[in-house]
Design a protein around this ligand. Structure first.
Ligand SMILES: Cc1cc2nc3c(=O)[nH]c(=O)nc-3n(C[C@H](O)[C@H](O)[C@H](O)COP(=O)(O)OP(=O)(O)OC[C@H]3O[C@@H](n4cnc5c(N)ncnc54)[C@H](O)[C@@H]3O)c2cc1C
Length: 429
């Protein structure tokens, strides 16, 4: 039975991750009732937190860093946040180097031949037509830095070469115009500080949104399809709960699930690819493994992309004699855990006998991959979903945009303002 009161718009939200909960919270602030359907037995999606050996663990490091003052203030009003100074490094060719890359350090710390290639490459940057991420990276940084970092890291992250990745990836992610900006550390990517909840893990932000929702959040309630009304709009959501097929009659639906999943509910296949991430958690028998919140591994032959040590996000935790790491692996591997242990041993961060426990989580929808030509498939998705008039897609995987929670929240607010008007939807106090 629908919970909405008579005369109120009946609103369904699919997914209780950051986007679904942000939509529910903002709609509730606007006086509306919502019903949120979540397939999993818990909220949070990719921004969830779980306790493991007494330490709050996120799905890889989750940090709030945003240039959007309205979003930041809104989140700060939801939950007490602490500002942390960023401590991170890049591990590469058996050295620890500054993050973001500092070209002067590369010149000083690597053999002269490497330094020569970096400088020569930069001074002789080509002017290629920007038809791929490869062309963009070569034009901005030159062959030396491309071979040194961009090619191996991109291959590791996406499983294909930068030549097969869309230039849109570079334009969105390398939010600097060249080496000078890298040196000056300007851009959203090169942040010095970030925000994190004072208590609990990153999910504390989502818990606070959920607590403010007017209506209900149904767990273990996967949506499987829709019924259309006589006008061709979505008239009801079909979902399963307690082993039964149910329907929820609605006037409007917000979907935050991956675009490819949603398309399949309408019998369509989209040529959009997501990268799976394996997260390898290790409980290590020493109080601290490294003095950094996270490190990147730049080498193409090291399975880890990035690794976090969660203790550094929780300065108030009582001292412990052990510490939990989380390594992200996007290389296709059937032995991610042993690959991670091998890499950490190579970099002398741990010894195998120090591992007290391990856990591997598999996230099928880790990153939207901007393969060349993905823009056409994304436009097709927009046209497909747009034809119903009352179906709206919000969030990283639903919109197929490589965004973070601050942008998910901003996107939720923008979408709602487009429907209900700027005056009805506010992030402000
Ligand atoms: C490795 C990694 C690191 C990240 N680091 C950061 C960071 O530092 N800072 C930051 O701000 N962001 C970060 N992000 C991004 C952030 O996690 C996402 O932007 C955000 O969690 C996306 O939220 P969402 O609600 O759009 O999607 P999701 O979190 O994917 O939520 C979708 C929800 O829908 C549910 N669902 C799926 N199918 C159905 C169905 N049929 N019916 C009902 N429910 C369904 C899922 O169970 C899930 O709970 C990171 C992401 C990853 C993968």
């Amino acid at each position: 039975m629908n919970q909405a009161t008579a005369g109120q718009e009946r609103i369904a939200i699919i997914g209780a991750g950051a986007s679904g909960l942000a939509l529910g919270w903002l709609l509730s602030r606007a006086g509306k009732q919502v019903t949120v359907f979540e397939a999993a037995p818990r909220i949070g999606g990719l921004a969830r937190t779980f306790d493991w050996h007494g330490i709050p663990c996120d799905i890889a490091p989750h940090r709030l860093h945003t240039n959007d003052v309205d979003v930041l203030n809104a989140v700060r009003a939801l939950v007490p946040l602490r500002e942390h100074r960023r401590h991170s490094r890049i591990l590469m060719r058996d050295k620890q180097i500054q993050d973001p890359i500092n070209p002067i350090e590369l010149l000083m710390r690597f053999p002269p031949a490497t330094g020569f290639k970096l400088v020569w490459g930069f001074l002789n940057r080509p002017k290629l037509p920007e038809t791929s991420f490869e062309a963009l990276a070569l034009n901005r940084y030159g062959r030396g830095l491309y071979d040194f970092f961009f090619e191996p890291y991109t291959k590791k992250m996406f499983g294909v070469t930068p030549a097969e990745i869309s230039v849109t990836w570079g334009r969105e992610k390398l939010r600097s115009s060249g080496l000078l900006d890298v040196l000056k550390r300007q851009s959203k990517t090169f942040f010095h500080t970030f925000w994190y909840p004072q208590q609990g893990g990153y999910q504390a932000i989502l818990d606070a949104m959920q607590a403010r929702i007017r209506g209900e959040v149904l767990l273990n309630a996967p949506v499987s399809g829709f019924d259309l009304d006589h006008a061709g709009r979505i008239g009801a959501v079909r979902y399963r709960q307690g082993g039964e097929e149910r329907t929820f009659a609605c006037d409007r639906v917000f979907s935050t699930i991956p675009a490819t999943y949603l398309a399949r509910m309408f019998g369509e296949d989209l040529a959009l690819r997501f990268k799976r991430i394996q997260l390898v958690y290790l409980d290590i028998a020493k109080p601290e493994v490294m003095p950094y919140q996270w490190v990147y591994f730049g080498d193409g032959d090291v399975a880890i992309n990035r690794m976090a040590e969660f203790k550094h996000f929780h300065p108030d935790l009582p001292p412990t004699d052990h510490s939990v790491l989380c390594a992200e692996v996007t290389m296709d591997s059937d032995h991610a855990e042993s690959d991670v242990i091998q890499a950490l041993t190579r970099y002398e961060l741990i010894r195998p006998e120090e591992i007290r426990d391990s856990l591997v989580l598999d996230e099928k929808f880790g990153y939207p991959v901007y393969d060349k030509g993905f823009e056409d498939a994304r436009e097709r998705a927009e046209a497909l979903f747009g034809r119903f008039g009352n179906l709206h897609c919000v969030g990283r995987n639903a919109e197929f945009r490589h965004i973070e929670t601050d942008e998910d929240i901003a996107s939720a607010a923008d979408c709602l303002r487009g429907i209900y008007g700027t005056d009805s939807i506010s992030l402000g106090a």
